[in-house]
Design a protein around this ligand. Structure first.
Ligand code: ASP
Length: 354
């Protein structure tokens, strides 16, 4: 005997439903005029989840504010998209030696530069990423070339260098990206480390850069760039270039960029996890907090995130001691570095490059 069970309110079982009228397909696409009307473009920046020494606090804050202002101006320009904004903002921080990305990146245990980066756009969910590169000053831009000019998502090492050459990016000597501060940090770690892994899980040694943005058309994007964790093993790749871990962007939900202990972030797919929570109805801030709590409880990992929903709702949270962050809304820049900071200043005059 067969028993047919009809689920109450189930669109699949309702005699009037058809696949095309299922509520699942009735979400307004973010590009539709109705969805677009109320979106105020915004770019949200992080400068890495870490412990920041007092002499670096001001420099980090200046750096994230500058990146937020530059990203915002890109969003305000006539053709500026969320994708352009996150690339421009991350580039500013890659060029700024106070951050662990591009010039100023952390070094491997063997004193090498190995950079990782990711960029992703939410419309077609296209992504480009690099891992273990040392001859490009702006890995975020190389990632964008990979996204737009290759069939691939992630390229590594020498293959990525060759591709950079093919698309006309100038080659940089790896030594040109090394700063005195990166060497000091490596020596400090070497001086007390008994094993590289003893330093990897600590909440003190992560300071990647990242940005998320939504533009007035409701498109979202994310970008993340890093030198990885100081004294990492040669060949180690962290979360930053991995879609769903170091970042994620989907116009139907929003965008996330992460920082923190890469091994933990990869194991919980932090960026995708947070957008999943948003998909279930959480606001960006709630999802940021819940995602990081999950990572802490589930795999004992610490970090930080910036989040934006496709409606411009913002989330900023970290479980490390500090994370420099900033965003600009209208002429006001919001920023902070300690938990619960929300400082503000007029941003209309500060967008000069370094
Ligand atoms: N997540 C990066 C990594 O593990 C480090 C960081 O965020 O600073 O490579």
């Amino acid at each position: 005997m067969s028993v047919s069970v009809r689920l109450r309110n189930s669109p699949i079982n309702s005699p009037k439903s058809s696949p095309c009228t299922s509520p699942r397909f009735l979400h307004k696409h973010p590009r539709s005029p109705a969805a677009r009307r109320s979106i105020m473009p915004v770019v949200v920046i992080h400068g890495g989840a870490a412990v920041v020494s007092p002499d670096k606090v001001q420099l980090k804050l200046e750096g994230v504010k500058r990146a937020a202002n530059i990203g915002y101006e890109v969003l305000q320009s006539s053709n500026g998209t969320a994708l352009d904004a996150v690339e421009a903002a991350v580039k500013v921080m890659e060029d700024d030696p106070v951050f662990n990305a591009g010039f100023g990146a952390s070094l491997t245990l063997t004193e090498k530069i190995e950079l990782d980066a990711l960029i992703m756009e939410g419309t077609r969910m296209k992504a480009g990423a690099v891992a273990g590169v040392s001859k490009v000053a702006n890995p975020v831009t190389l990632s964008r070339h990979i996204m737009e000019k290759s069939e691939h998502v992630l390229m590594i090492g020498d293959g990525a260098h060759k591709f950079a050459d093919e698309v006309g990016m100038p080659a940089t000597k790896p030594e040109a990206l090394v700063t005195e501060y990166a060497c000091e940090r490596l020596n400090y770690f070497k001086s007390f480390m008994t094993a590289v892994n003893s330093g990897m899980g600590k909440s003190s040694d992560h300071d990647t850069v990242g940005a998320v943005a939504v533009d007035s058309a409701g498109h979202v994007a994310c970008a993340t760039s890093t030198g990885g964790i100081t004294a990492k093993q040669e060949g180690r790749v962290g979360d930053s270039p991995c879609v769903g871990s170091g970042g994620f962007a989907d116009d139907f939900i929003g965008a996330v960029s992460t920082t923190g202990h890469g091994e933990a972030i990869m194991r919980v797919c932090l960026a995708r996890h947070i957008t999943g929570l948003m998909q279930q109805g959480m606001k960006a801030q709630e999802a940021a907090v819940a995602g990081l709590e999950y990572m802490k409880n589930r795999v004992q990992g610490y970090g930080g995130v910036v989040v934006v929903s496709n409606k411009g709702d913002i989330g900023v949270h970290f479980t490390t001691e500090c994370m420099a962050w900033a965003y600009r809304k209208g002429s006001v820049v919001h920023y902070g570095i300690q938990p619960d900071d929300d400082l503000t200043e007029d941003g209309s005059s500060d967008s000069s490059p370094l």
